[in-house]
Design a protein around this ligand. Structure first.
Ligand code: AMP
Length: 217
């Protein structure tokens, strides 16, 4: 089963993705994590990611498809987080999976208001060493300013006010169009992301179980 998880910045995609991958044994393909790794090696990518802009869409599509073809040939059961973000990225992914006899089984959109997302981002701290994400209010670290791995917790560059403004602009301009497109095709499941982590997870698990049941019938 292949799942796409869409949502605005700070909609909780990363948290829900990790829980789902543990529960269903899915491979977690996060293009945000990939981009942050790439930005350690390439100044051009770092400039894009830190400013909250998006990597040129065709470049990211090529990266994902190359990765799946060369690094993980035949990989099944993938949870795509942060990809696709554009209609052409969605179509390219769908076409790629179909040529391998596979498909996108479900697309979830984790919906939160911009106000809630901004509130979450201002309380979000990320470990410089391992990338783990904390929330100073709902999920604070045991030792102030430090991750359990010993790494220092920082405000991610793209979580600073200008980065957040740019990311919402890109989200509105691109991903909201993808969401509307999928909605019209009847491919989208909207999930209310303004609830407890466990409640959202329960909802997602129910959906996935029912889709799995349909597939095995
Ligand atoms: P995220 O953690 O998903 O918000 O992604 C962090 C950053 O990675 C984005 O602001 C982009 O610079 C880059 N990125 C992630 N996914 C994509 C994508 N599908 N297309 C282009 N750039 C992306």
């Amino acid at each position: 089963m292949n799942i796409v998880l869409l949502g605005s910045p700070a909609s909780g995609k990363g948290t829900q993705a990790e829980l789902l991958c543990q529960k269903f044994g899915l491979y977690h393909l996060s293009t945000g994590d990939i981009s942050r790794e790439l930005s350690k090696k390439e100044a051009r990518i770092k400039e894009i990611v830190d400013s909250g802009k998006l990597i040129p869409q065709e470049e990211m599509t090529m990266y994902v498809i190359n990765f799946l073809t060369k690094e993980k040939p035949g990989l099944k059961n993938i949870l795509f987080e942060g990809f696709p973000r554009f209609i052409p990225q969605y179509e390219a992914l769908e076409a790629f999976l179909k040529t391998n006899g596979d498909d996108i089984d479900v697309v979830f959109s984790l919906d939160v208001s911009k106000e809630e997302a901004v509130r979450r981002i201002s309380a979000r701290r990320t470990c410089q060493k391992c990338g783990r994400v904390y929330n100073l209010i709902t999920n604070p670290p045991k030792i102030a300013d430090f991750c359990e791995c010993g790494g220092k917790l920082v405000l991610r560059k793209d979580d600073e006010p200008e980065g957040v403004r740019v990311r919402f602009e890109y989200y509105k301009e691109n991903t909201e169009k993808l969401i509307d497109y999928l909605d019209q095709k009847g491919k989208l499941v909207r999930i209310n992301g303004e609830r407890l982590i466990e409640e959202i997870q329960e909802d997602l698990v129910k959906w996935i179980n029912s889709i799995q049941n349909l597939k095995t019938k």
